[in-house]
Ligand binder design. Structure first.
Ligand code: SF4
Ligand SMILES: [Zn+2]
Length: 111
């Protein structure tokens, strides 16, 4: 079963990609193909996240499991949507801020 934490992460990344797609790609409903692909990728990474319910926010993650091209794309989304999130999604932003203060668990030397 998906934890509340992961459900929240999924919603947050989706909200940010929507803000970005609307502002940068002029999309009025849904997402453009490129952003749709990025969202699917982000959700897939979350599902496979090695930290599970204890995960740090992806921005604070010591592992950064995104492949380089996707990492660049999600960074651009965060830069653009981050400052715009707090008035669009205040509650989600607050939780995300609180989550971002969590320390990532130790991962050992497997990477
Ligand atoms: S970047 Fe880190 S926190 Fe985010 S999904 Fe990948 S491993 Fe998990
Ligand atoms: Zn887009």
């Amino acid at each position: 079963m998906e934890s509340k934490r992961l459900a929240r992460e999924r919603k947050t990344v989706e909200a940010m990609i929507r803000i970005y797609c609307r502002g940068q790609h002029g999309t009025r409903a849904g997402l453009c193909a490129e952003c749709g692909e990025l969202l699917a990728y982000a959700h897939e990474r979350l599902e496979r996240c090695r930290f599970g319910a204890d995960k740090p926010t992806c921005a604070n993650c010591p592992v950064h499991c995104y492949r380089p091209a996707m990492r660049e794309r999600i960074r651009a989304v965060m830069r653009y949507a981050g400052p715009r999130m707090s008035y669009r999604h205040p509650v989600l932003t607050l939780y995300h801020f609180l989550d971002s203060r969590r320390k990532p668990p130790q991962t050992g030397n497997d990477e």
